[in-house]
Design a protein around this ligand. Structure first.
Ligand code: PMP
Length: 370
């Protein structure tokens, strides 16, 4: 038995992989693999339409939001977002980029800020860089711009292991700027009120499916404001008007995402997954907190349920720890190089048995080396 704690691409439900294997050569008697289908044919249309309907139902997405499938991952969105939104509410005029507000809570927001700066003026409204990203700046301390085009957050920092436990309200301080959230690494892991966001986006390769497809959930009034140089394939209005088929979408990745959505529904939906994710996180953090052999350095109210970085008291044991973990089938626990130590990513598809196996190993290792 193997448990894969990779931060992404990450573990997928076994049932989904088995179904994909069964359907690989001949999808539902069509005589074709999904990979071989025209994206406009009736077989594939039924696949993408079901995926869209399922994700809408799972996230309870209001009807005035579009769900788009794009390519380029969240990193491309770091540019695509300002290209689509920076002219919103801009005092400079309809096609001129204005100011966008960003909250810096870790490696991924830092990257978003750097890229956005190529397209618009960025105001870093708050940052926890001086605290080594160990917590999220209190909402009361954010210095938002009154005419911000939008306010950007990364609601789960995959590398640093910090997660918003609430949706920040930003409209009052900004005269109604939309909230834009990078949810790459916790989308579908907890219930979210989509109506509180202007845009939610994320790469698929953690909680949704394989790499290659980016999901963008965008409120309709935010379409149609792209800067003139925005590539057509990244202009959300053009993509929306063409039902995510302005260019050929990543058909196979969307098909797998659709199978994951069906699996999520069979599990009882997002609320059921959230309950499991809370139990998994409590089990792991609970153990880490119970001993000083290991530590997690994130403020308790900002800890991510998905990505749990932790350190051994003695760094010199890191390689021995990882080798022993691998022997037990506990894979990909090495921390991100910018943080060091270990990181366990425990996405939706990680069963609680996997987290228990990790905790058992943590205990045994401590007994041997403590
Ligand atoms: N944002 C977050 C929160 C992420 O976790 C990642 C991927 N680890 C990215 C952005 C970048 O995603 P991609 O490589 O798919 O562009």
């Amino acid at each position: 038995m193997v448990y894969n704690f990779s931060a992404g691409p990450a573990v997928l439900p076994k049932e989904v992989l088995q179904q994909a294997a069964d359907e690989m050569l001949d999808w539902h008697g069509s005589g074709m693999s999904v990979m071989e289908m025209s994206h406009r044919g009736k077989e594939y249309m039924s696949i993408i339409e079901a995926a869209l309907a399922d994700v809408r139902a799972l996230m309870n997405i209001p009807s005035n939001y579009k769900v788009l499938f794009l390519q380029g991952g969240a990193i491309a969105e770091n540019a695509i977002i300002p290209m689509n939104l920076a002219a919103l509410r801009s005092p400079a005029g309809k096609h001129e980029a204005g100011v966008a507000d960003y909250v810096n809570t870790g490696s991924w927001s830092t990257k978003s800020i750097k890229e956005a700066g190529r397209y618009c003026t960025v105001n870093v409204a708050a940052s926890s860089a001086d605290r080594k990203f160990s917590s999220i700046p209190a909402r009361a301390d954010w210095k938002l711009s009154r005419h911000a085009a939008y306010v950007h957050i990364c609601s789960n920092e995959t590398i640093d292991g910090v997660e918003y436990q609430y949706t920040p309200e930003v409209a009052a301080d900004t005269d109604g700027a939309p909230l834009v959230a990078d949810m790459s690494s916790h989308i579908l892991s907890r219930e979210v009120d989509v109506s509180k966001y202007g845009v939610i986006y994320g790469g698929a390769q953690k909680n949704i499916g394989p790499a290659g497809v980016t999901i963008v959930i965008v409120r309709e009034d935010l379409l149609g404001h792209a800067l003139p140089f925005c590539p057509s394939a990244f202009d959300w209005k053009i993509v929306a008007d063409n039902d995510s088929m302005y260019n050929t979408p990543p058909t196979y990745a969307i098909y797998i995402a659709g199978l994951v959505f069906q699996w999520l529904k069979r599990q009882g939906g997002v609320a059921a997954l959230e309950a499991r994710n809370i139990a998994k996180a409590e089990l792991l953090y609970g153990y880490l907190d119970s001993t000083d052999f290991y530590s997690n350095r994130i403020a308790a109210d900002c800890r991510s349920r998905m990505n749990v970085p932790f350190f051994l008291r003695d760094d010199a044991l890191n390689d021995t720890f990882l080798a022993g973990a691998k022997e037990r089938g506990l894979l990909q626990l090495k921390g991100h190089k910018s943080v060091g130590g270990m990181r366990a990513s425990i996405y939706n598809a990680m069963p609680i048995e996997g987290v228990q196996a990790l905790v058992d190993y943590l205990k045994d290792f401590e007994q041997q080396h403590g």
